[in-house]
Design a protein around this ligand. Structure first.
Ligand SMILES: *[C@@H]1O[C@H](CO)[C@@H](O)[C@H](O)[C@H]1NC(C)=O
Ligand SMILES: *[C@@H]1O[C@H](CO)[C@@H](O)[C@H](O)[C@H]1NC(C)=O
Length: 359
């Protein structure tokens, strides 16, 4: 007992990087959109897709708006917690002047950016965000920096045990349904096939840079977000939901294919659509009372306008599925991550995240 304790104590102080390797999951690298952005967009000077003002963060420690599109923590925070890790910091904070000389990318990095899509163009209406292609470009630079620091062999081991979480696609679909131009150019099926093929290219790039364990979220029932409900007498937009399900089907086949072409790759797919539909259809069994209205916003359903300092803020935030026009509340995000990690095959395919971690 005492010897083992001493050994652990010595290992902790003498082995440095080796110690962190000994953990099951040494790091999480996060890619995606506002569902997992923890502050990258705060560093984009002309972006208007920012959540760095009240009432965002009203339930975050010190009531601090951080860039998370939530009243509190978002899915990126809960994913890290599940892995026993700190939330991966925003890439743009790590390379900012203050941290430039001692940023370590080995504890995880978030490249996620609100408004980002699989396609570079879906952020136009938000003026600026970091599209997925650029997030992966940034990751390739991080890869080079880490290789220089620990050497290619140790990096390969480190990355093969790390989790690569990818949460993207909603903005591309919103972009399609809100654009008459895109709709006249592509059928929905063409567009969503193009989305999944383009995502495959980026996932393969991550794989080529050492990623092995992927946590991939499908797109949720976007037709039921308050912004769409308010345009249809509080009912869901059935067309957007229909094609979102089709997109998720394309995504699932793509992942199977990607895995069969690159056998060391493993993944857990999370059926966000089923999970959020579950909350919407059986709210009380999950402790929710309000599935239609946003907590923060104004107008009908608090969904006519965005969450701003002057907007209405509900007091019962724990029982709202949505915090603003588009984003889940902290309470909903917490439930999603429970399901990502320990969910049954109803929500996680072919394995859940706990299994992904333990392989
Ligand atoms: C380096 O890291 C330390 C501790 O994490 C932090 O306090 C400091 O601000 C960082 N940046 C520089 C330039 O030292
Ligand atoms: C509006 O809601 C109704 C009832 O659910 C549905 O039948 C209809 O298709 C919806 N309209 C749109 C544009 O989705």
């Amino acid at each position: 007992m005492a010897l083992a304790g001493l050994f652990l104590f010595l290992s902790f102080f003498s082995l440095g990087f080796t110690f962190s390797e000994a953990q099951t999951t040494p790091a999480i690298y996060v890619f995606g959109d506002s569902l997992v952005d923890v502050g990258n967009n705060n560093y984009l000077t002309i972006s208007i897709a920012k959540a760095n003002h009240p009432h965002y963060g009203v339930d975050f420690p010190n009531k601090k708006p951080t860039g998370r599109f939530s009243n509190g923590k978002n899915a990126a925070d809960f994913l890290a917690e599940k892995l026993g890790l700190a939330t991966a910091p925003p890439y743009l904070s790590l390379i900012s002047k203050a941290n430039k000389n001692n940023a370590s990318f080995l504890e995880g990095v978030s490249f996620a950016s609100a408004g980002a899509g699989i396609f570079d163009g879906s952020d136009e209406r938000f003026r600026q965000s970091i599209p997925l292609t650029k997030q992966v470009n940034y990751y390739s630079q991080v890869h080079e920096e880490m290789a220089g620091r620990v050497g290619p062999q140790a990096l390969e081991t480190h990355l093969s045990r790390s989790i690569f979480a990818v949460v993207i696609g909603s903005n591309d679909l919103f972009g399609y349904f809100d654009s008459t131009q895109l709709r006249s150019k592509y059928t929905p099926q063409q567009y969503l096939d193009f989305m999944s093929a383009s995502l495959k290219v980026q996932l393969k790039r991550l794989y080529d840079y050492g990623a092995r364990k992927f946590e991939i979220a499908g797109v949720g029932a976007i037709g039921c977000c308050p912004a769409y409900r308010v345009k249809n007498k509080t009912e869901c937009n059935t067309e957007a939901n229909y094609w979102t399900v089709k997109y998720n089907d394309a995504l699932k086949s793509m992942l199977e294919q990607l895995k069969s072409e690159n056998p060391p790759l493993i993944y857990s797919y999370f059926d966000t659509y089923a999970a959020i539909s579950d909350l919407i259809n059986n709210p009380t069994s999950h402790g929710f009372a309000e599935v239609k209205a946003a907590c923060c916003g104004f107008g009908n359903l608090n969904a006519v306008g965005p969450c701003l300092p002057v907007s209405n803020l509900c007091s019962n935030r724990e029982d709202h599925v949505f915090f603003d026009q588009y984003h889940p509340s902290e309470a909903a995000a917490r439930i999603f991550v429970e399901s990502i990690f320990d969910g049954s095959s109803k929500h996680t395919i072919p394995i859940n995240m706990r299994q992904l971690v333990n392989i």
